[in-house]
Design a protein. Sequence first.
Length: 245
Amino acid sequence: MKKSLFAVIILGVVFLSRFASATPSTQIWIPSPDIQAYKVFHLGFDTYMKTEKQSSGTREPSIINNGVTVGVLPFEKIQAEIGIDQRVVGAEPYDSNPLYFNFKVGTPEDSLFKGSPAIAVGGYDFGTKSDLTDFNLMYAVLGKTFGIGRFCVGYFVGNDKLLLDSNGKKDNEGILLSWDRTMKEISDKLWVAVDYQGTKSGYGALSAGIAWKFADNVSVIFGYNVYNNDNYKPTATIQVDIDIK
């Protein structure tokens, strides 16, 4: 029964627009140092809704992003995940090339020595069509928890033929920053985060959001994304995350 349900979900998922991220474990927008636990399947159902119209008066369609990520290493100190996404943007030739892949390898906080940061290296948005969907972002990120929350810093590089600024010039690398915290003073179920991705391509954005954990394996994020490139209108996002062991 579970296998049949999982197959239906895999075949039925519908995904993100051209410039929204295929999804490794993330904060609101950027990759996080978190890695999916071994043999645990993570299902993500994300919606990005444009909150402003273009100057022509038209509103771009909402972005629907659904993905599957699974932990693949049984070790405590070295962990890894792989994932697959399907993306529909309502335009060709992108919709004829809908699959994207991601991966991540890393180690959690305190695993190398007491006080060591979490470390993750990975990639995402590996599409199947050359110079069309192969955004191929590679990144490294460090994360460290202090009393006021976890701070993360990293860097990414992508395909310089596709990550372009508003003038059509390559803008394919930049910094990754984030802060997140479980608000235990209010509830262990409440989580907040702010993250930033550099670049004036469609990937660059400042994002913020909150999440509520409805069950041990189910949470929902409510967030907002403001893009560094003015050609991309802000989006409100709802992200449903479900773990299946």
